[in-house]
Ligand binder design. Sequence first.
Ligand code: SF4
Length: 490
Amino acid sequence: MHWARTTNPISKELREHHWACVIASRALELRSGGGEDLGRLQFSDVSAVVDAFRTARGRRGEVHSSATQIKRAAQFFNLLDFGRREGVLDGLSPRFVRHPDHHTIKKVDENDEEIGKVIPEAVVRQLDQHVHLLGKDFPYGELPPEAVNALLRTAYVVLRDTGRRPAEVAGLDLDCLEFDNGEYQLIWHNMKGRRRRRRLPVHQQTVDAIKDWQEIRAGLDLPDNSAEHLFPAITNRYQHLDTGYLSRFIRSWADSIPVLDSEELGRDGTPLPFDRTKIFPYAFRHTFCQRYADAGVPLHVLQALMDHRSANTTAAYYQVSKKMKREAVDTLRVLAVDRQGNSAPMGSATAYEVRSVAVPWGNCVEPSNVKAGGNACPIRFQCSGCGSYRPDPSHLPAIEDQVRSLKANLELARAMGAADFTIKGMEGEIADYLNVIKKMKAKMESMPDEERHEVEEASKILRRLRAGSAASSPVALPMPVVRAAEETGA
Ligand code: SF4
C-alpha cells in the first residue's frame, strides 16, 4: 500500500505487483507458521517463493512464460527492497533476500515456449458466429455499446486475418490501408523489431471490416489524442486502444460464448469443451501462421509474412506435423544410448514412441514409468544410474543443464558438511552424465556435416514437441522423499 501511495503506478503496474504479492503470499502460507512471523523468514522461504514464481499461472490459469515469471519475481522482490528503504519493513528478517546463485529463474528459449498456442480453425469458426457478443456489458469510455462492439469486431477480424501482434493491431494508424497494383495492403508498424510502415497484403473481407469501422468511427466523439489511430483510447492519457483492454475484451468475450466445442471427442462421442484460457489476442498470431503452414506455404514466405528476422522463430510458431515428427524420431532413435553412453538404438520409430517416455533428462524405457507417462519413476529420476535410461542427442542441452544444477547442489552439500555417501552419490551421478555427454558429442563430431545438421534439426523438432507438451502438463520432477513417519502421520 505504501508503495502504491508513494509511486502512484498505472493500473496495469499495480495489478501486476499485486498479483506478484498474491503468488508469494500463497507460497509462504504453505510454510511452517504460514509466513506470518516476518522476523523468522529465511533462505528456504525465499526458495519457496521463487519456486512459486517458477510454476505460477495467471489469474485465469494460463501458464506464465519464463519472461513473465522473471518479471513477477522481480516485482515482488523490488517491492521488498522499496519497503526496506522506506523503513516500513523493519520487522522483516535480513535473511529474507534473494541469493544470486540460488534464486534466479532461468529464461527459457522463447521459441520453445511458443508451441501449442494455436486456436483450431473449428474453434475460430465458432468464435466468428459470436462476434455480436464482443464488448457486451463491458463499457469503453463514453462510447455507445454498438460502437464498442463495432470497434472490437474490427480488432478481432484484424487479429484473426493478419496475425499481427496485439500491440501492433491496437496501435494501427487510422489510414492503415493502401491500395496498390489492384490490391490492398495493411500498413503496420513492427514495434518489436522497430521497423515502421511494413506492408502486408490483406483480403477484401478484412478491408471491408476496417472500412466499415472507419465510417462508424468518423461519427464518434473521441479523445483528441486518438485522432490518428484506428482504435481510439478511452481518454487523452493514451493515444490508442490499450493492449490490456484488448486482452480483457477478448477473454471476457470467450467466457461469454455459451458453448465452445473443441475438436476432441469425449467417451460418448460428443465434443469436449474447448479450453477458453487458450483464447487470447496473441494466440491469433500463432493461428495465422499455422493456417498458412497447413496450406503448404514455404517457410521463407511464412517468415516474410510474420516479419521475423530468423526462420527458426517462424518455425516455432506452428505445430510440427506428424510427418516431421516421424522423420525426426527416425533420425534420432538409432542414436539412443544407455546410461554408460554405449549405443542402444530403438528398433523402430514405433518403439521409440510407444516403449519409451520422455523424462527430464532423456528417454526412459522402464515399463511401469512408460505406462504412467513418465510420472512414476521408482528411483526418483536418478537416470544416470539407471538401466532404463535411453537419452539421444536431442536431450544434450537438458543433460548439460542437469550437470550444472547437480554441480551447484554438490557445492552446497560440501559446504553443509553432508555425509560422505551423499557427496559420493552426487559425484557419481555427475560423472556418469558427463560420460554420456562426452560419448554422444564424440559420435556427433565424427559425422559428416550434412548428417550432423540433420541430427541437430531433428533434435530441435523433438525438443519443441516436448516443450509443447510440458506447457500443458506439469514437467516430471523428482518426487519428494516421504519418510515413513510422515506417511503414517506418526
Ligand atoms: S531413473 Fe530415469 S530412466 Fe530410470 S526408471 Fe526412473 S525415469 Fe526411468
